[in-house]
Ligand binder design. Structure first.
Ligand SMILES: [Zn+2]
Length: 434
């Protein structure tokens, strides 16, 4: 079953990667060798920058900390000839804002680099400092994703040193609230979307894994089911006057969701909480509520709050359509309504994304780092690159490798830092040469 579920999409990706593999490996050009050598030669400086910014707390709600990390990185981009700006969020969004940088040229594809400055570790967390043991660095955000931010800076530095940034169009979006996005998303992600609309390709620098990158991620959305029935004496349930009650109606709907909506690959939906009875109060912000009911009273209200993950807008819309139809097919004496809310869009495995993976695979082989294949989208949660997926070709997971993100065991393999920096630099180089 699990094997069958490996999708056509993933099969297609493997096929593209195999094709790329059969292309005779090219030698790196002299400029590309210079770029790779610059990255190697600056590995110690890259580690120093990593240590500096990991030791600065930038938990999502530590706005000053995020701005401080931002200003360190901002100086680096300025030094590489980028125009930079800090984008503040309105007070109501209650987030630090974002650092954007850009160099506008006329040549090649317009590239958008995506990362984030915040971490899940707030100032009160005991995990605050980078420590090293041989080639492993432990620290808050080393993988998620200050390591990726450093890779971005040194990839661009290598390109700058080789004169390869001249004429290229590169935008950088370093988000200040990736771990706990400010609402509404239209505001907290509006600038990211606008940058994507002026770009052709997006590269995400979140932590990666040896030999794998992200061409697709599922989107995530929310649904709420509200059911009402007629309160009455339980002895009269199923009768003409009172019908079946809200709880049976909710059970009917959920059962049919389970049996009929389930099926399409990568589609999942989960009712996370249910409250029912004669008196129900539910606070959607806290995902908490109370209910009261009696065994001899027909229930008059049910609330169900759930989530739904999907691989494409079409899949999401089809599922919603089916859910609406099931909801509308009420039991006697009941009514129900389902409400949907978008959160993260899907990043489907498009041909353009697969072509970027093929380019990464090629560059990786030419650097002697071996082949790169696609992650199974089912393993990947939603991320900021998802917001730009409708506008550009995208590839994520370009950051250095590690483990334990969001835990006090977060660790980074320091050997992977120059390795992924080289890959990224050569990808950007080739994309902006075309
Ligand atoms: Zn994270």
């Amino acid at each position: 079953m699990r094997h069958r579920k490996l999708s056509i999409a993933v099969a297609a990706v493997t096929f593209v990667a195999t094709l790329a593999g059969t292309v005779k490996a090219q030698e790196l050009s002299p400029v590309e060798q210079e770029i790779a050598a610059h990255v190697e030669g600056h590995a110690a400086q890259a580690e120093a920058l990593l240590e500096q910014i990991v030791n600065m707390n930038s938990g999502t709600m530590n706005h000053d900390g995020i701005r401080a990390v931002g200003s360190i990185v901002q100086q680096r981009f300025e030094g590489l000839g980028f125009a930079t700006r800090w984008i503040d969020m309105p007070d109501s969004v209650n987030r630090a804002g974002h650092l954007f940088a850009e160099r506008i040229g006329t040549r090649g594809r317009r590239v958008l680099l995506i990362g984030h400055l915040d971490t899940v570790f707030e100032p009160g967390d005991p995990f605050q400092e980078l420590s090293r043991e041989e080639s492993t660095a432990s620290g808050p955000g080393v993988v998620d994703m200050k390591g990726g931010v450093v890779a971005m800076v040194y990839a661009l530095a290598a390109l700058e040193a080789a004169g390869a940034l001249d004429g290229a169009t590169i935008r950088v979006a370093l988000i200040g609230d990736e771990e706990f996005a400010g609402l509404p998303l239209e505001l907290s992600r509006g600038d990211l979307v606008a940058a994507a609309q002026e770009s052709d390709v997006a590269l995400g620098f979140e932590g990666g894994e040896t030999g794998r990158a992200v061409v697709a991620r599922r989107g995530s959305s929310a649904w709420t089911l509200e059911v009402s029935g007629q309160q009455g004496h339980s002895s009269l349930i199923f009768g003409e006057r009172f019908g079946s009650g809200a709880i049976f109606e909710a059970a009917r709907i959920l059962h049919r969701f389970h049996d009929e909506v389930r099926g399409p690959e990568y589609l999942t939906f989960n009712p996370g909480i249910i409250l029912g009875g004669t008196d129900v109060s539910y606070n959607a912000t806290d995902n908490r509520g109370t209910s009261f009911g009696k065994t001899n009273v027909i229930a008059q209200r049910v609330v169900v709050d759930g989530g739904l993950r999907f691989i494409s807008e079409e899949q999401k819309e089809a599922a919603r359509e089916q859910m609406r139809a099931i909801v509308a097919d009420h039991l006697p004496g009941t009514s129900a309504e389902v409400f949907f809310k978008d959160k993260y869009p899907a990043m489907p495995p498009t041909e353009g994304n697969q072509a970027l993976l093929a380019l990464l695979d090629q560059v990786s082989r030419e650097l002697g780092q071996g082949p790169v294949e696609a992650f199974d989208p089912a393993e990947r949660g939603a991320a900021d690159i998802s917001f730009v997926a409708p506008y550009v070709d995208g590839l994520d997971g370009l950051g250095p490798f590690g483990s334990g993100a969001h835990t006090p065991d977060e660790q980074l393999d320091l050997v992977s830092l120059p390795a992924v920096t080289k890959r990224a630099a050569l990808m950007i180089y080739r994309l902006t040469q075309e």
